[in-house]
Ligand binder design. Structure first.
Ligand code: SAM
Length: 288
């Protein structure tokens, strides 16, 4: 059965068919989930709307670890909503869950209908970010809480010409430029929703929407690469659901000879972890 890009990404492509990568991903996401839920400050009797619920990281976390009464799983992907609905039916939570197909910038719920809204790594895919914040504000009850997590991709991208995915590619810069050009064509650096905002924009968006109290925690990491991702796995995992993997991008953008030269340079660097990590993450939480 063919499913949409979101379903394929969350359930399959982001792991590259590798169980260690799946574990690494969960180790990265678990503290993020816990922080988003902590910042949402959920209470007994609350209804939580999780926008862009995906396969339910935040929503199931809320049901399992907080006193929340009701959870609305919401996503634009019908495939993912059907997936989580099927899982929910086999749990004791079934009668406390609802499912809503909606885009973050157009949520078909009445005004003031929930006590909390969460969202993790969804606004990076939404062009109309102000409309999304306005919708979060509109559907929240007075005193309602918003809790968001987003990576700030603008911090690490675009990389300097001699750097590719954190590795020094000075001797093969011209080849790397061809791959970067392919990605930039698909996700233009100055206008793609993944790259068109930073932490200050998140604060401004929340304030403009009307939130009376706004907090932002910003985490920056710059460090040598330490994880032992296999070269094959690196080739197979795209950076996000909308772009090809490195293997696919090399096929599209490079000649056979260029691929050989590029791989001969990059592969040993990846295998010997001779690269660096440079990223920024933001947690925003706000009260109506
Ligand atoms: C990176 S996944 C995150 C999923 C989930 N929040 C989590 O923490 O694992 C992005 C999710 O956003 C959803 N999405 C993409 N565009 C959206 C939009 N405009 N409105 C609502 N959800 C959207 C996708 O279907 C996908 O489930």
């Amino acid at each position: 059965m063919s499913t949409d890009i979101w379903h394929r990404w969350l359930l399959d492509r982001r792991f590259g068919g590798d169980s260690r990568q799946m574990q690494r991903m969960m180790d990265f996401l678990t503290p993020i989930r816990d922080a988003v839920l902590r910042n949402a400050d959920l209470h007994d009797g609350d209804t939580l709307l999780d926008v862009g619920c995906g396969d339910g990281l935040i929503a199931f976390g809320a049901l399992n670890t907080t006193p929340v009464e009701r959870v609305i799983f919401s996503d634009i992907s019908q495939d993912l909503l059907e997936h989580v609905q099927q899982i929910v039916q086999e749990t004791e939570f079934a009668d406390r869950c609802a499912f809503l197909r909606a885009s973050a910038d157009d949520i078909n719920l009445p005004n003031e209908s929930v006590e909390a809204v969460t969202t993790r790594s969804v606004l990076i895919y939404v062009k109309a970010k102000q409309a999304a914040f306005n919708e979060f504000y509109r559907v929240l009850k007075p005193e309602g809480r918003l809790s968001i997590f987003e990576p700030i991709n603008r911090f690490g991208y675009p990389e300097p010409a001699h750097v590719f995915s954190g590795y020094d590619v000075t001797p093969v810069e011209a080849i790397a430029a061809k791959i970067k050009a392919l990605y930039a064509q698909l996700q233009p650096i100055d206008s793609d929703p993944m790259l068109d905002f930073d932490e200050r924009d998140l604060i401004a968006l929340a304030q403009r929407a009307g939130f009376r109290e706004v907090h932002l925690d910003y985490q920056v990491t710059i460090k040598p690469k330490s994880d032992d991702m296999d070269w094959d796995v690196m080739l197979r995992i795209p950076g996000n659901p909308k772009i090809p993997s490195l293997e696919e991008a090399m096929q599209q953008a490079l000649t056979a000879e260029e691929r050989k030269v590029f791989i001969a340079h990059l592969r040993p660097m990846v295998e010997e972890k001779r690269g660096s990590v440079r990223n920024a993450l933001a947690y925003l939480y706000a009260t109506k």
